[in-house]
Design a protein around this ligand. Sequence first.
Ligand code: FAD
Length: 306
Amino acid sequence: MLRSVFLAAAGSSRLERLVESAPVSKGIVRRFVAGSEVRDALSTTRGLADDGLAISLDYLGEDTLTAEQATATKDQYLTLLGQLREAGLTPAAEVSVKLSALGQKVDDRMAYDHASQICAAAQEAGTTVTLDMEDHTTTDSTLEILAELRKDFPATGAVLQAYLRRTEGDCRELATAGSRVRLCKGAYAEPESVAYQSTLDVDKSYVRCLNILMSGEGYPMVATHDPRLIAIAEDRARWFDRSPDEYEFQMLYGCRPEEQARLAGAGHTVRVYVPYGDQWYGYLMRRLAERPANLAFFGRALTSRK
Ligand SMILES: Cc1cc2nc3c(=O)[nH]c(=O)nc-3n(C[C@H](O)[C@H](O)[C@H](O)COP(=O)(O)OP(=O)(O)OC[C@H]3O[C@@H](n4cnc5c(N)ncnc54)[C@H](O)[C@@H]3O)c2cc1C
């Protein structure tokens, strides 16, 4: 119930203006977002890399409706990749990209062209790109663009969402040599016709998908904070005899940092997804939808008026 309220709020531009203009304590945003500027992204990246973690940076923004905005987002990624390279932070850091921020909902060719330039800059910087997955109306287009990009940039990563009924099939398609696949539960409000609705069904789907990816030939990226699924992934990695450079765990910046450190300490590769930029509203609402404890934190931040 609370989840659907926040996911509906994530799409409300009126509420967005209200929340962004409220004197919300910077604490809540800072907990999940590295900061507004590239320099904030770089300093957070350095700190995480010094702790032995890998990073995927996301320049916040989605559902871009103009060509100018899409170009500006692409330019922001090119600047980021150039600076990561200069700072010696690649290959520890890669980037995550939302195609909707590159104009996918206006013209998917434009999104492909921008994504291709970002992939070229990433390759030049010695690192990779992962295409985030958004709501189910974009899944086919995103997978088509991924397939195109992989012709020139085979290391481009995909994201598959276990809550979608189609995902087991997509896992089979993508569990091929060299294919990097991030498996997550899924963060959008989706109808029953396309997505499992109960947490149990989503978790069961996650395990089925994990089995396909771990037993396949690709590179699984296990994106979850769920202790049970992490334990199952550790078990499958052992079962399928995968060494630590043949899969990785991924978690969001600000979520379960002790678990990130524990897994890294145990010899696993752990990548932290680090968002930065001003357009944090939709991202924050999805994090609030996931976890009531984040809501209490948000409430305290709102009332502290700092
Ligand atoms: C690296 C990364 C990239 C992602 N990319 C995408 C994407 O491209 N598209 C998309 O739709 N979604 C994406 N997501 C979000 C994802 O789909 C889920 O919405 C999100 O990860 C929450 O699901 P969960 O698996 O962590 O488990 P949940 O079902 O949220 O939580 C399960 C259990 O995990 C524990 N837990 C969860 N969070 C915490 C916490 N902060 N602190 C302590 N315990 C906690 C609790 O025990 C909880 O009961 C991404 C997630 C990650 C980690």
